[in-house]
Design a protein. Sequence first.
Length: 118
Amino acid sequence: MAGYLTTHVLDTARGCPAQGLRMALHEITGDTRRKLAETETNADGRTNSPILPQEEFRTGSYELVFYAGDYLRATGQAAEDPLFLDLVPIRFGMSDPNAHYHVPLLLSPYGYSTYRGS
């Protein structure tokens, strides 16, 4: 079985999934950054399908960019401009060609955290 990549975004300030949060996946090779996919979260804070499905999966370095500012504005959580958090980039590596990589984001207007999920 080939690997794949998923995510899940939770709005920790509101205590619910972050629906409608746009994100982009980039492959990083040296100084080159190439966009592979762009999608947004559903009502459960997940994408409807893997961001990087099995048939497209390759090991390497990647970056997920979450458009947190757009989401925070849309949900009425943006207090002032410029926002404290606007784009949230998470750069990570995937080394196992057969693994499920899951990169969740826990988000509030003034902080975020991530980890390798399951």
